[in-house]
Design a protein around this ligand. Sequence first.
Ligand code: T46
Length: 138
Amino acid sequence: MSLQYSSGDIFSFPTIGDERGSLISLESEKNIPFKIARVYYIFDTANGVSRGFHAHKRLEQILICVSGSCEVVLDDGHQKKQVNLSDPSYGLYIGSDCWRVMKSFSKDCVLLVLASSHYDESDYIRNYDDFLSYLKER
Ligand code: T46
């Protein structure tokens, strides 16, 4: 667990550019603060759809909007923070114990996610009241 980072932290990735265009390199435990175990991407999101509505008990992730734009609302049970993602050179860190909702996807949005663990449904808290109870019990 990268305890020095908090959900909502923004990572800035150096762009390597030349006359051909741009390139960004992401490396485990270098500019990404954990070992990358899984990569997935969300695209072709239907108009008006919001996703997420869950928290994770242990998972750490970096979200990068590599095309288009979307908004992410983070909620730690006390405060909400909204982050707009529209630049592939920035990544949004989300750690454990953070409720997230992704919304306002542009038609061309491709949201790339780097995750610290393999997919594990038992790590999800998918009910908001359960999330609040989980925070209280810890
Ligand atoms: C998160 C946000 C940012 C898999 O089989 N493997 C996977 O690696 C993932 C991520 C999902 N799935 C299955 C589980 C569901 O049956 O794909 C289906 C859709 O997943 P979900 O409804 O959880 O998708 P989102 O967009 O609400 O949430 C996803 C991630 O699940 C979640 O960890 O933080 O993106």
